[in-house]
Ligand binder design. Structure first.
Ligand SMILES: *Cc1c(COP(=O)(O)O)cnc(C)c1O
Length: 387
């Protein structure tokens, strides 16, 4: 099976992890802060907080922004469930904004329309999670301008997007958002096995997320309510979690970070090779905004259903039968049973549902060979023209 994505682990990664295993600290030592600093420096953010997953990062990001009961979080329906679930963790309500038919990201025009309506009924969102699907950044300038006008905060779910650029600058620098989140799950751009990171330029948000990722406990006298009882003293000043990243994970991440630009360049080269190879097929290849340099986490094609005789499902199944590990990113979140039961339903987001009826993620990862890619193209061509 040619998988849709996979990690690349090299000797330098083994060496880095082994070195930590032989050191004094497996959990909280010097490597986690080094990894944080390296990512912050790389993307141009003031603070970076490593955690045990992007899901955890989204959760503490929402909490730090004050999201709670009675508040609304809005995001795109075409995302992994974690982008929405973080709102529910905080007791907030979740709603969705339809996607742009070209980028498949949250559509700024749909956002304007929804904000105008929400303002009339007094239900404006507190937080909007902008998901950079496949690594292509959202229209952050437009979303940021709307946040100024309507008073919401912005989290960039950049789980797909580390190493990508928006308007010539690395995603994660926070120019148009409050907090940016990266994922280091093995299928993502770089990996720490499980792992994630929250980045911000705001000192207060950073301090707050630092507390939340580790039980709400501090040893910093400046954060305590009264003077320390003694040198052993720590204080729990709020309710936090154990969301910490280990030294082993950080060592792997630091080692992988060295190859970030190479990975993204390779992904882009393979994506462009797909673009050329698929140009004559009845499929839509991923449109790229000239404003952005995508990290190319996913290569999503859309079938032109009026030009093929098979169904979406048949074509998908034929590819799997040929050992092509295609996937579908994503099932619209509002159609999940859990969200339906919360009052969401089909029909509310027509662009998202049209996308879901046509989309297929083709295999794409940096160690994929051109021969493997050719095999995908051949299998897709047969699957699409087959009866
Ligand atoms: C992978 C992913 C997440 C969750 O990442 P984890 O590190 O697995 O928790 C969140 N949002 C999006 C868009 C993702 O793709």
């Amino acid at each position: 099976m040619i998988p849709y994505g996979r990690q690349d682990i090299q000797q330098a990664d083994f060496d880095a992890v082994l070195e930590v295993l032989q050191s004094d600290f497996l959990t909280q030592g010097p490597v986690v802060p080094r990894f944080e600093q390296a990512v912050a420096d790389k993307v141009g953010a003031r603070h970076a907080l490593a955690v045990n997953s992007a899901t955890s990062a989204l959760h503490i990001a929402c909490l730090a922004l004050g999201l709670g009961e009675g508040d609304w979080l809005w995001t795109s329906p075409i995302t992994f469930v974690a982008s929405a679930n973080c709102g529910l963790y905080c007791g907030a309500k979740v709603d969705f904004v339809d996607i742009d038919p070209r980028t498949y990201n949250l559509c700024p025009q749909a956002l304007v329309a929804k904000l105008e309506q929400a303002e009339r009924v007094g239900r404006l969102p507190k937080v909007v999670v902008a998901v950079h699907l496949s690594g292509q950044p959202c229209d952050m300038q437009a979303i940021h301008a709307l946040s100024q006008r309507y008073g919401f905060r912005i989290i960039e779910d950049a789980s797909h997007a580390i190493g990508g650029k928006y308007q010539g600058e690395y995603i994660g620098n926070g120019r148009f958002s409050d907090i940016t989140v990266f994922s280091f799950h093995p299928v993502k751009i770089i990996t720490t096995a499980e792992g994630g990171m929250a980045l911000t330029n705001d000192d207060t948000l950073a301090r707050h997320m630092d507390l939340l990722r580790s039980h709400g406990v501090t040893r910093d006298p400046a954060l305590m309510t009264h003077e320390a009882d003694g040198p052993w003293y720590y204080q729990q000043v709020e309710l936090g979690y154990n969301y910490r990243m280990t030294e082993l994970q950080a060592a792997l991440g630091l080692s992988q970070l060295e190859r970030l630009d190479d990975y993204v360049a390779r992904r882009n080269a393979l994506a462009e090779r797909y673009d050329a190879a698929l140009a004559e097929l009845p499929v839509t290849t991923p449109w790229q905004n000239p404003d952005s340099y995508s990290a190319r986490h996913l290569y999503v094609i859309r079938l032109k259903l009026d030009q093929v005789t098979s169904t979406h499902r048949q074509i998908f199944e034929r590819l799997r039968e040929q050992s092509i590990g295609v996937n579908l990113h994503y099932i619209p979140v509002h159609t999940q049973p859990y969200y339906r039961q919360l009052g969401q339903g089909t029909g509310d987001y027509p662009e998202a549902e049209r996308y879901y009826a046509e989309a297929i993620s083709l295999p794409l990862y940096p160690t994929m060979s051109e021969a493997q890619q050719d095999k995908v193209v051949t299998a897709l061509t047969q699957a699409v023209v087959g009866k």
